[in-house]
Ligand binder design. Structure first.
Ligand code: 5RP
Length: 220
C-alpha cells in the first residue's frame, strides 16, 4: 500500500470522532488533510461549518461547499484535525512542512481535542530528522538565523516562500530534539520568531496512524 493510501486511511478514520452533536470542526493543512476534507464533504449537511488553518484549506473547504467560520466567532471548538511531519509516541509533533504553522498552532491551541492524522512513516523516536520549520518576521531573518546556529541548528531559508501571514520560514536542520517542550518554549522567546513548528506544549490528544493493513490509534 502506498503512503498516499495510508494517509487517506488515517483521514477517513478521523470522521468517526465527529459525532452527531459536533457542528464545527477545525481543519489543518496538507496532503493528508486534503483527504480529510474530501471525507468531511460527505457529512457536511450536519455541520455548521469548519474553522480553517490556512488560505489553501479555506479554498478547498469552500470548493467542497463547506462553510468556513471565523475562529473569533467559534467557542468552544470541540475538535481539530491536522497532519504532521513527525510525531513521537507522546504525540509531540513537528509541523509546518506546508508552511501553515501559525494558523495551525492557533487553531490547535483553541481546540478542545486535537486529532493528528498521518501515515505510519511519520512516527519517530526522537523529533528532528525532519527539519524544524520556524516562521520569522522578514527583518529578523539574520538575527534569528544566528540564534538558531548558536543552538546547534542549521537554518536554511525556504526559497520563494511567504506564509499566509507574510513572513519567512527557516527550516532548521541537524536538531536532535530530546526535550521538545523546553526547546519550543526557548525558541518562542526569541524576538522575531512568530511560530515554531514544534507542537509539544500543546501536543495532539489522539494520533491516527494509517498503516498497510489498519489504522493505529495512539493516545496521550
Ligand atoms: C502543514 C503541516 C502539515 O500538516 C504537515 O506538513 C504534514 O503534511 P502532509 O499531510 O502533506 O504530509 O504542518 O503546515
Amino acid at each position: 500500500m502506498s503512503q498516499e493510501e495510508m494517509k487517506q486511511r488515517a483521514a477517513e478514520a478521523a470522521l468517526a470522532f465527529i459525532d452527531d452533536d459536533t457542528t464545527v470542526v477545525g481543519v489543518g493543512t496538507g496532503t493528508t488533510i486534503n483527504y480529510f476534507i474530501e471525507a468531511l464533504a460527505k457529512i457536511k449537511v450536519r455541520l455548521e461549518g469548519a474553522v480553517s488553518s490556512s488560505v489553501e484549506t479555506t479554498r478547498r473547504l469552500k470548493a467542497r461547499g463547506i462553510p468556513v467560520l471565523d475562529l473569533n466567532g467559534v467557542w468552544p471548538l470541540p475538535i481539530y484535525v491536522d497532519g504532521a511531519d513527525e510525531s513521537t509516541r507522546s504525540l509531540q509533533l513537528i509541523k509546518g512542512g506546508g508552511g501553515a504553522l501559525t494558523g495551525e498552532k492557533i487553531v490547535a491551541a483553541a481546540s478542545e481535542k486535537f486529532i493528528c492524522i498521518a501515515d505510519e512513516t511519520k512516527l519517530v523516536d526522537v523529533l528532528g530528522d525532519y527539519p524544524l520549520p520556524v516562521e520569522v518576521v522578514p527583518m529578523a531573518r539574520s538575527y534569528v538565523g544566528r540564534e538558531l546556529l548558536r543552538r546547534g541548528g542549521q537554518p536554511v531559508l525556504r526559497e520563494n516562500f511567504k506564509t499566509d501571514q507574510g513572513n519567512l520560514i527557516l527550516d532548521v536542520y541537524n536538531l536532535q530534539i530530546l526535550e521538545p517542550a523546553k526547546l519550543e518554549a526557548e525558541l518562542n522567546d526569541i524576538a522575531g520568531i512568530v511560530t515554531v513548528g514544534l507542537f509539544a506544549l500543546r501536543p495532539a490528544d489522539i494520533l491516527l496512524l494509517g498503516t498497510a493493513d489498519s489504522v493505529k490509534e495512539l493516545r496521550r
